[in-house]
Design a protein around this ligand. Structure first.
Ligand code: ADP
Ligand code: MG
Length: 506
């Protein structure tokens, strides 16, 4: 259990995250303008009449974005609402030309209801983090204050881009239920899990640096061992894992100090100050906005049929967590290896292609990928489309690696020769591993009588070492193996060499 020491004892931290991810889609949630937002695009070139709220413009719901939300909902094991509604959250700000944000407020069923994800908890065991809901809403525009000394400008390219807001759940009625985030590290692991699922499903790039993932962080504290929930503060708009962790820690300590000196926590909205890692009040309770939510009269209730949910379920790819278990259970891979091979879906696809229908390949493919291939990222195309020479680099394909490990297990080449072939490929040798082996005459020597003859020669040439070995210096075994391998130009099958040597040396 993560605790923070106060003057009067230990405190626990209770954390609730509201995570916004930008949904991948061609057009915006309620307009046909391009949603391919990025900061290098000229201002206001991707904002249409609907986005800038010209009188008489009506929103039309982008059904693809709804599909994306459903897909994500299924990815977090959630209930999909058969009926949900859009409402207007009203506030005035120049980045919001409508004067309201269309969202799915908390008092109505959101498109995605109760769900959960599993993370590794601080005690090293799997921990469920409950999710209350995920809802669709519009993003706002961007104000630019640094273009002109006295004027500010508004860029509405991002206005109306689709956001999915994912809110974690606190079981207030059931305080024993500790399926919530309770440390800065768990907050990071939860966010990474959300990112992994969003990316694997193609729902969002979920990239904090690029702004396609942001989080509001709710923090409260309580004395260690108690299970009531105390008043919290919300730190707005966090865009880095590192800052989120420092902000939680600072905010928790700030609250502990107040409580220990007899004060009370006010439900304030906080800002995080990057410079010194502190939090400070952005809006106090008295300044809290009244959004005067009301159902958007321009939009029908969102009705989702069972058929639609099933259709989407059938197109869902395997999620990284399931891929990892498959690698561990079916192929016997170590947990670390399985994790490396599922860092992105492209990597696991590459691995799956190389293994093909031969599970016996899996372990060596995994070893080769992790210890050799990953060291040369310029020599493979993880999207698996190209082969041969690309930009002067020899691209190693899943088929190349599959052939290489098959040649080893068929005893056509030994590990040393495989490594040589691999290096030749890195150096730009075209042709499959087998063609390269043929071209350079790399063939493993497996003929036992031929190997035996060479061993005899080696032993006769090294009589003093043989005597030392026989009188107990068994560490010399490697010396003999090395000498035999050298005598065969590295071609001998090391297994056969070992076996005959053992017999001869007694
Ligand atoms: P709001 O409507 O103010 O945004 P919500 O009820 O939607 O509040 O909760 C927002 C987030 O705050 C949720 O993730 C929720 O779990 C979390 N939260 C609620 N109460 C607490 C608390 N006492 N301590 C920490 N987080 C909390
Ligand atoms: Mg909120």
């Amino acid at each position: 259990m993560f605790t923070i020491k106060g003057k009067s004892g230990d405190w626990e931290v209770v954390i609730g995250l509201e995570t916004h991810i930008e949904v991948l889609s061609n057009s915006k949630i309620f307009s046909g303008a391009s949603a391919n937002y990025n900061p290098t695009i000229a201002p206001n070139t991707q904002a249409c009449m609907v986005d800038v709220a010209m009188p008489g413009m009506l929103p039309v719901l982008n059904e693809y974005c709804v599909d994306q939300a459903i897909k994500f909902g299924l990815g977090i094991n959630a209930e999909i609402s058969r009926i949900s509604r859009f409402a207007r959250k009203q506030y005035f700000y120049p980045d919001l030309p409508q004067g309201y944000q269309i969202s799915q407020p908390a008092d109505q069923p959101p498109v995605v209801g109760r769900g959960w994800v599993e993370i590794i908890g601080d005690d090293g065991n799997p921990k469920k983090i409950l999710i209350e809901r995920a809802h669709l809403e519009q993003d706002a525009g961007k104000l630019k204050h640094d273009v002109h000394p006295t004027k500010s400008f508004a860029d509405y390219n991002r206005t109306g881009v689709t956001l999915l807001e994912i809110v974690t759940f606190l079981d207030v009625k059931n305080p024993e239920n500790n399926s919530f985030i309770s440390s800065p590290d768990e907050a990071e692991r939860y966010l990474r899990k959300i990112r992994e699922i969003a990316r694997a499903l193609g729902v969002s790039k979920a990239n904090m640096e690029e702004g396609s993932m942001r989080a509001d962080v709710n923090v409260s504290v309580r004395r260690a061992g108690t299970n009531t929930f105390n008043e919290r503060c919300e730190i707005k708009n966090m865009v880095s894992f590192k800052f989120i962790k420092t902000a939680i820690e600072y905010e928790a300590k700030r609250q502990i100090e107040i409580l220990e000196s007899g004060g009370t926590i006010e439900r304030n909205t906080m800002r995080y100050n990057q410079g010194d890692g502190t939090t400070s009040v952005l809006r106090s309770k008295e300044d809290a906005l009244d959004y005067r939510y009301f159902p958007d009269p321009d939009l029908l209730p969102l009705v989702i049929t069972d058929d639609r949910i099933e259709r989407i379920r059938r197109t869902m790819p395997e999620l990284p967590e399931a891929t990892r278990s498959r690698y561990i259970e079916k192929y016997g891979l170590a947990e670390y290896d399985a994790a490396r091979l599922t860092e992105t879906t492209d990597i696991s696809k590459w691995f799956d292609t190389a293994v093909g229908d031969k599970p016996e390949r899996a372990k060596s493919i995994a070893n080769w990928m992790i210890s050799e291939l990953f060291a040369h990222p310029e020599n493979y195309d993880i999207e698996n489309e190209k082969s041969g020479m690309v930009d002067g680099m020899r691209i190693i394909t899943p088929a190349d690696l599959a052939e290489l490990v098959d040649m080893i297990s068929a005893n056509d080449i030994n590990g040393k020769q495989a490594k040589d072939i691999f290096i030749k490929m890195l150096d730009g040798e075209i042709g499959t591993p087998r063609e390269i082996a043929d071209k350079f005459g790399m063939k493993q020597m497996t003929d036992a009588s031929a190997i035996e003859k060479i061993i005899d020669d080696v032993l006769t040439a090294n009589t003093s070492q043989v005597e030392q070995y026989k009188s107990g210096k068994v560490g010399l075994f490697g010396f003999f193996v090395g000498a035999v391998m050298r005598a065969t130009g590295g071609k001998a099958n090391p297994g056969v060499v070992n076996e005959i040597l053992k017999k001869k040396l007694g």
